[in-house]
Design a protein around this ligand. Structure first.
Ligand code: GRF
Length: 207
């Protein structure tokens, strides 16, 4: 049984996609131990409660400095003892000590085709604003393992999404979620649950 902790910051549509996939049997042999958010008002926490999943809020604002938050956050996750940590719309930098403790066991969904439109400042709607500003014709989403860098870890899978005439950032974000994020993240979790992924020299291979 793969035990996961899901970290969220916003509306929780990616968390919902994971819960729905579990209910539909598209993810099997997997249990969500808890949902953690840095944002007490996150809609994702409501979604967790509605699904009977324990939820916690750990915010950097509750600690004297970032180091203290990093320690508390890492200790909390270690106490839960998940096999993997899933970042589903989580907007807080993962503490280095957590990356070390969960090496290649933290999975993130990013709303672009990495290495395009990622890194510092590229999150949420901003990604899609930059995509439209640049005038690219194809975007998409990437699910990847997290390393010390920002959106630089080994790529697990990607899915393309076509830009359409008159797209706004909001319309594009929704299409990337529907056509890519909500498919990629559950699939990656089920692949990990069934040992289908292998990492060789920093590249991920699906058996
Ligand atoms: C979305 O833009 C998603 O691409 C990114 O975080 C944002 C919120 O996602 N990963 P969610 O609805 O909270 O899952």
């Amino acid at each position: 049984m793969l035990k996961i902790v899901v970290c969220v910051s916003g509306g929780g549509t990616n968390l919902q996609a994971i819960m729905d996939a579990l209910d539909a049997g598209k993810i099997t042999d997997t249990e969500i131990l808890a949902v953690i958010s840095n944002n007490a008002g996150a809609g994702a926490l409501e979604r967790a409660r509605a699904h009977g999943i324990p939820d916690f809020c750990i915010s950097p604002k509750s600690y004297p400095d970032r180091e203290a938050f990093n320690r508390a956050f890492t200790d909390r996750v270690k106490e839960l003892a998940p096999d993997i940590v899933v970042l589903a719309g989580f907007l807080v930098r993962i503490p280095p000590q957590m990356v070390q403790a969960f090496s290649n066991r933290i999975v993130n969904i990013h709303p672009s085709l990495i290495p395009s439109f990622c890194g510092v400042g590229y999150y949420g709607l901003k990604v899609h604003e930059k995509v439209l500003e640049r005038g690219v014709k194809i975007t998409g989403a990437t699910v990847h393992f997290v390393n010390e860098g920002m959106d630089e870890g080994p790529i697990i899978a990607q899915k393309p999404v076509m830009i359409e005439q008159d797209d706004t950032p909001e319309i594009l974000q929704r299409r990337v979620m529907e056509q890519a994020e909500w498919i990629l993240l559950p699939q990656a979790i089920d692949d990990i649950a069934h040992g289908r992924l292998e990492i060789r020299e920093g590249h991920v291979y699906r058996r």
